[in-house]
Design a protein around this ligand. Structure first.
Ligand SMILES: [Cu+2]
Length: 142
């Protein structure tokens, strides 16, 4: 039996007895609008998948594009590197936060005070989750 078949079988089993398929938990979803028009917003969150998966894309109807970035420090200098995908090991929380993994939100539309910012996370397994990010009280910063 191929690995792919095994995974598909497992997903079916879970959906048969739970009503929902494998679980995906997202916490602390926070969006920071750019300080100036035309700037770049930043978003942070933590995510836990019950099964091994991989984030392969991030987007929003309210932004031109969103990139996953990792912060790397070399010789005391921090720089950012674009990540094409981010691994989600089964049951382990992966955190996007300042000075680490983060989402860069290019050309975001303004969001009303108190409103949330929608960001869609695409997973290799085929799952697509739209998450409502709360706005940080202070804009800008990463
Ligand atoms: Cu970045």
């Amino acid at each position: 039996m191929s690995m792919k078949r095994l995974v598909a079988g497992l997903a079916l089993l879970l959906s048969a007895c739970g009503g929902t398929t494998v679980s995906l938990k997202v916490d602390d979803a926070t969006y920071r609008a750019p300080l100036t028009d035309g700037g770049v917003g930043v978003a942070y969150f933590s995510i836990t998948s019950s099964t091994a998966d991989r984030i392969t894309g991030v987007s929003s109807p309210k932004a031109e594009r969103i990139e996953m970035h990792n912060t790397i420090t070399k010789d005391g200098l921090a720089s950012m590197e674009r990540a094409d995908f981010v691994e989600l090991p089964a049951g382990q929380t992966v955190t996007f936060a300042a000075r680490g993994l983060h989402l860069m939100v290019f050309s975001p539309q303004p969001v009303a005070p108190g409103a949330t910012f929608p960001i869609q996370i695409k997973l290799e397994s085929g799952r697509n989750e739209t998450i409502s990010f709360s706005q940080a009280l202070v804009p800008g910063g990463r």
